[in-house]
Design a protein around this ligand. Structure first.
Ligand code: C2O
Ligand code: CU
Length: 468
């Protein structure tokens, strides 16, 4: 993938010289009820993101923590979560990266009614694959995720490949802070962000902390699970800078741990990347899209007499291989946005013109349709293979996410495809680029296909398909 496809992004501020001590794995503060349900409450929580002297931010969090409690299960187990909505508006939870039963997918308006303020909803599903996933609000995500409604969902192998001390979840987010250090909530929904690259923050956190310092033991090998929870920011990172290998993308392991063949790697919104790293000397994980590298996690290597730690190779999950020769093909033409070509755009069955665009906030379209239409983009029989050809006829990069399925990127214009064509659930696509993906539509139901730059999704980059 070439790096020129990504435009330069807003600069980040740092919270001063001192780095925060690592708070360990994401704070686990969920309680199980007697009936075995994990209780997760979405609600407003005043939180200091920046320095102690800064103003508190009006965050919306799961169980008052950022990120929300880490949910950890083993492959094949059931996840049972009772969501309670203490927000002032409806919400729902989407379990990103899980090949899930459709009624549990958590998409407000497509797979469930949103949960009203004061209401509850019980999620109960089986996880078919081991890997790094996450969960987040899926009603007005552009606002609810930006205010903090997300957490990690880690599915361990039947015998976990790494022991807990060597298996680190790193949920990365960028927040937009005002000068007083609190979250800028007034700018949520600005059409300037919606029509351009989405909402960028200026303050980066990892598991809710700015520039954490993490201790590793010399000579030991770790799994770092990176999760991009930002609304729109792509992180450019280079694992070669600290001799790391890629273990998995979007929760799905590679056949062998791989040395990245190009640099930097892109971690687009909603994407995950598991890295394998052996601690030798101090290093930092840096964001490389700006003029100078921006280190945002510091790893300090401690000397300690210990045994070598052992870990097991990851095994592939049972995802069916698409039959490319007999696949049905569909084309998705992405248009709109600033500096974009004008096309006729239909929203709620009506052609938009002039003032309709700012009034409805619909600024992008898929095949000339902004947001969900009554009819699906396509309908297909269960078990059929699909090839989606996606044409980005806009001036921006996008991060396209398929619900309910993992796919392989089989062709990317102007770039060589990663060896082995790893499984993904979200792919980045550059301006004027075309990408083809393939998967077996083996999961019945109504599934979203959308840009995970959440402002773009809200502003039209949303469609759905049906597996019958
Ligand atoms: Cu992670 Cu439809 O989203
Ligand atoms: Cu987009």
């Amino acid at each position: 993938m070439n790096n020129a496809m990504i435009s330069r992004r807003n600069l980040l501020i740092s919270a001063g010289v001192a780095t925060a001590a690592y708070a360990g794995r994401p704070f686990f503060n969920a309680a199980y009820a007697d009936d075995g349900f994990l209780e997760i409450t979405a609600g407003p929580t005043a939180t200091k993101l920046y320095r102690p002297e800064a103003e508190a931010s009006d965050l919306w969090l799961y169980n008052e923590s950022t990120p929300g409690p880490e949910i950890r299960v083993k492959v094949g187990e059931r996840v049972k979560v009772r969501l309670k909505n203490n927000l002032e508006e409806p919400t729902s939870i989407h379990w990103h990266g899980i090949r899930i039963a459709n009624t549990m997918d958590g998409v407000s308006g497509l797979t469930q009614e949103p949960v009203q303020p004061g209401g509850t909803f019980e999620y109960d599903f089986v996880v078919p694959d081991a890997g790094t996933c996450w969960y987040h609000a899926h009603n007005k995500s552009w606002k609810q995720v930006a205010r903090g409604l997300y957490g990690s969902l880690i599915v361990d192998e039947a015998t976990p490949a790494f022991d807990p001390d060597h298996d680190l979840t790193l949920v990365i987010d960028d927040w937009r802070l005002r000068n007083d250090g609190s979250l800028d909530v007034e700018s949520l929904g600005h059409l300037m962000d919606w029509s351009h690259g989405g909402r960028f923050g200026n303050f980066l956190t990892v598991n809710g902390k700015s520039r954490p310092e993490i201790s590793l033991v010399d000579g030991q090998t770790y799994r770092l699970r990176l999760i991009n929870a930002a609304n729109a920011r792509i992180f450019d990172i280079d694992p070669n800078r600290f001799d790391a290998k890629i273990l998995a993308y979007d929760g799905q392991p590679l056949l062998e741990p791989e040395t990245p063949a190009y640099s930097p790697m892109l971690l687009a919104p909603a994407q995950r990347m598991d890295l394998l790293v052996t601690a030798k000397s101090d290093f930092a994980l840096e964001e490389l899209s700006g003029d100078t590298p921006y280190p945002f996690i510091f790893f300090k290597v401690q000397q300690r007499q210990t045994e070598e730690n052992v870990y097991r190779p990851l095994k592939p999950n049972p995802i069916p291989e698409p039959d490319l020769d007999n696949a049905r093909s569909f084309v998705l033409d992405m248009t709109g946005g600033a500096m974009g070509r004008m096309v006729e755009t239909v929203y709620n069955g009506k052609v938009l013109s002039g003032e309709d665009f700012p009034r409805t906030g619909q600024l992008w379209a898929f095949n000339g349709v902004a947001n969900l239409a009554e009819d699906p983009f396509f309908s297909i029989n269960r078990g059929e293979s699909v090839i989606l050809e996606v044409l980005n006829n806009t001036s921006f990069v996008h991060a396209m996410h398929v619900h309910g399925h993992h796919f392989r990127v089989i062709e990317r214009e102007g770039a060589t495809i990663d060896d082995g064509r790893p499984w993904r659930d979200t792919f980045a696509i550059g301006p004027d680029q075309s990408v083809r993906i393939a998967f077996v539509a083996d999961n019945p139901g109504k599934w979203l296909f959308h840009c995970h730059m959440l402002e773009h999704a809200a502003a039209g980059m949303n469609t759905w398909f049906e597996v019958v």
